[in-house]
Design a protein around this ligand. Structure first.
Ligand code: ZN
Length: 325
C-alpha cells in the first residue's frame, strides 16, 4: 500500500476550485449506497472510490456473466461466475484501499431496504422500475437524496431527487414496468450516464447546488437535453402514500433479464457449510463465503438462489433437489 499522506492521491482534485482541500476532506466522511453493480454501478463506484468518497455500500443480487464484460468496468474474465458485490469490493480495494466498502448480495425489497439507512446519498444503478419505485418511496419517506440513472441502446437519463422536490412517480408511469432490455446498449453511453450521475453525486456530497432537472443524453447523435420536471398533482409518493414499501413479492420465482435465468427468493437463513458438505458429494463446489455454486445454481446465505434452467418448473425442481423446500 502506498499511503503517502492525504495530498498525493487526490492532488489533481484538490487543485480544482470546485473541490479544494476542504471539500476533499469532507468527501472522506461521506457514505454512498449504490443499488445495482452493473453497467452504471461499476462505473459510479469506481469513480467515487478513486475520487475519495470514503464509504460505499454496494448492493446487487446477481453474478457476473460474460455478456457483462462489454460495459461493467470493474470486472474481468477471472471474475466470471463470482457474485458482483464481492468482485467489485475486491477490485475497489485494489484501486483505493482507503475506501470502506460494505456489500450486500441481496435482492432489494421492502423487508431489507433499511440497508440504505446509513447512506447520505443513494445512487439508483438498477435495470428495473420495480426497484426504482421502491428506492423512490424509501428516499421520499426517509427524506434522503438520491439520483436516478438509466441507459438503453445509445441514450440515457439522469435525475437527482431531493426532499421536497418532484419524485420519480411524478413523471414515470408504473404501467410500463419492464424488467430488462433486449435491445442492446452501447458501453460509451453507460459510462457517460454513470459519469454524469457520479458528478452530480460529488456535487451533492460537497453540499453544492444541483439543478433538479431530468438530463437526457443521446451519445450516438451527440444530443444533450435538460428537461424540466414538475411535481405532479395527485402523485401518490409525494402525498405520502408509499405503496411500494408495502408490496410483497407475489411469486417465489422471478424470471431474469438474461434468457434461461431464474431467481428464487429465499425466506430463511441457511447453513451454507452443511449444504456445501452435501453438495460436494455431487459435484465440485465453488465457495465464495457469501454464496455457494454448484452446477447451474448459485445459492446465497438468505436462501435466495440464481438458477439456469429452461423453464420455471425446471428451476423449481433444481431448487427443491439441491436446497429443499
Ligand atoms: Zn411525486
Amino acid at each position: 500500500m502506498h499511503n503517502s499522506g492525504n495530498n498525493s492521491r487526490y492532488s489533481r482534485q484538490i487543485l480544482l476550485e470546485e473541490i479544494g482541500a476542504e471539500g476533499q476532506a469532507s468527501l472522506h466522511n461521506q457514505k454512498v449506497a449504490i443499488v445495482g453493480v452493473g453497467a452504471l454501478g461499476t462505473v459510479a463506484a469506481e469513480l467515487l472510490a478513486r475520487a475519495g468518497a470514503g464509504n460505499l455500500i454496494l448492493i446487487d443480487r446477481d453474478v457476473i456473466e460474460e455478456s457483462n464484460l462489454q460495459r461493467q468496468t470493474l470486472f474481468s474474465e477471472k471474475d466470471l461466475g463470482k457474485n458482483k458485490v464481492a468482485a467489485a469490493e475486491q477490485r475497489i480495494n485494489e484501486i483505493n484501499s482507503e475506501i470502506k466498502v460494505e456489500t450486500h448480495a441481496i435482492h432489494l425489497n421492502p423487508q431489507n431496504i433499511a440497508v440504505l439507512q446509513s447512506a447520505n446519498l443513494v445512487l439508483d444503478c438498477t435495470d428495473n422500475l420495480q426497484t426504482r419505485f421502491l428506492i423512490n418511496d424509501y428516499c421520499k419517506k426517509e427524506q434522503k437524496p438520491w439520483i436516478y440513472a438509466a441507459a438503453i441502446k445509445t441514450s440515457g437519463y439522469v435525475m437527482p431527487f431531493v426532499p421536497g422536490g418532484p419524485c420519480l412517480q411524478c413523471f414515470l408511469a408504473e404501467s410500463n414496468l419492464e424488467t430488462c432490455d433486449t435491445v442492446g446498449v452501447l458501453n460509451t453511453i453507460t459510462v457517460s450516464i454513470a459519469s454524469l450521475q457520479a458528478t452530480l453525486a460529488l456535487k451533492m456530497l460537497l453540499g453544492k447546488e444541483v439543478e433538479i432537472l431530468l438530463y437526457h443524453y443521446d451519445i450516438w447523435n451527440q444530443n444533450f437535453k435538460k428537461l424540466n420536471i414538475k411535481k405532479k398533482e395527485n402523485c401518490p409518493a409525494c402525498a405520502g402514500n408509499y405503496s411500494h414499501l408495502e408490496k410483497k413479492e407475489t411469486s417465489k420465482f422471478i424470471r431474469f433479464c438474461s434468457a434461461g435465468k431464474y431467481q428464487v427468493l429465499g425466506n430463511k437463513e441457511l447453513d451454507l457449510a452443511k449444504i456445501k458438505e452435501r453438495w460436494e458429494k455431487i459435484a465440485p463446489v465453488i465457495d465464495e463465503g457469501s454464496c455457494l455454486q454448484v452446477q447451474n445454481i448459485t445459492l446465497f446465505k438468505d436462501g435466495r438462489a440464481l438458477i439456469n434452467a429452461n423453464s420455471i418448473e425446471e428451476a423449481e425442481a433444481i431448487y427443491s433437489r439441491l436446497v429443499g423446500n
